[in-house]
Design a protein around this ligand. Structure first.
Ligand code: AKG
Ligand code: FE2
Length: 298
């Protein structure tokens, strides 16, 4: 039994946030509950955010919440809520639904000439919410210019560069010096290494403020990245499409929906044969943060 009362995690909201993050990260906590009404739901549930701290409880899993007499939330667990209302059992046998369940080795999404792997639930909904908020406020975001055909043009997104000391990097005419890793970035990097088996010494961060921000077609083939770059790309915030097109064979195109909390791993010869982009979209009015972990060689 875990059943953590939110109020017991610290005296200030900052203290409680700090205590809560590792519990969510490690999967000790996967669901939240409203003590006054006996309702449990997802950590990302909008109605779950409004309650007073004193009324919030956390559970390790669904069985625990149900055993404690809680019932599913109608907003974030509509399927379970409907069954509960009808007096029917709503839990699936051996329910691990809310645990990170798809960490098994993913399959290569490219048909040829490279390797792209997608981990949809790399971070849970609750973890990704906390990480997004943390990074919006703690990263030194800037809108940087780039030089294209002799003209200085502002990038259609905000960027930031973090990494081990002394690793600088040039990118379409600008040289970036990394900032020192923040605690949140180090935690994320450790998890990426644990799951993918790859180490990284730097990260380029992109903040797409809304659907009007984008990234044009490119290859991450700068010589600082080595012959066959390994790039692990984490998505937080609103989902955006990621497009891939083969450099020679115009019939080869891929589209991957980068959902919140997902990780995309590009490796092998991908950067030699494929271009990728994040196109503009009128459908998106909120922000997305992307972290691409890289290794600068030499
Ligand atoms: O935002 C993304 O997912 C892609 C970022 C990217 O391609 C890059 O930073 O090189
Ligand atoms: Fe890229």
């Amino acid at each position: 039994m875990v059943m953590i009362h939110h109020i017991t995690l610290g005296n200030t909201s900052e203290e409680r946030r700090k205590a809560l993050f590792p519990l969510i990260r490690s999967g000790v906590i996967t669901l939240g509950g409203y003590k006054k009404a006996g309702i449990y739901g997802l950590l990302s549930c909008a109605s779950g955010r409004q309650m007073k701290v004193a009324h919030r409880i956390f559970f390790s899993d669904e069985q625990e919440a149900v055993r404690a007499g809680y019932r599913p939330c109608g907003h974030c667990l509509p399927r379970q809520h409907k069954l509960w209302k009808a007096g029917l059992p709503w839990m699936e046998e051996g329910c691990g639904t809310f645990k990170i369940s798809n960490m098994q080795e993913p399959v290569n999404l490219l048909p040829a000439d490279g390797e792209v792997y997608f981990y949809p639930a790399f971070f849970s909904a609750g973890e990704q919410d906390i990480l997004f908020e943390t990074l919006v406020t703690s990263i030194a975001w800037k809108q940087e210019p780039v030089w294209i055909m002799g003209r200085e043009i502002m990038q259609p997104r905000l960027t930031a560069w973090y990494g081990d000391r002394g690793k600088s990097y040039s990118y379409t005419g600008i040289t970036m010096h990394p900032q020192e890793w923040t605690p949140a970035l180090l935690e994320i990097k450790a998890r990426v290494t644990a799951v993918t088996g790859h180490t990284f010494n730097s990260a380029l961060l992109n903040f797409y403020r809304d659907g009007n921000d984008s990234m044009g077609w490119h290859q991450d083939n700068e010589k600082e990245l080595g012959a066959n770059p390994v790039i692990a790309s984490l998505s937080l915030g609103v989902e955006r499409n990621f497009l891939l097109k083969h450099a020679k064979d115009k019939n080869l195109r891929e589209k991957i929906l980068l959902t919140p909390g997902s990780l995309l791993l590009m490796k092998g010869t991908t950067q030699h044969h494929w271009y990728h982009s994040i196109p503009k979209t009128t459908k998106v009015t909120t922000g997305r943060i992307n972290i691409t972990f890289r290794t600068i060689v030499g």
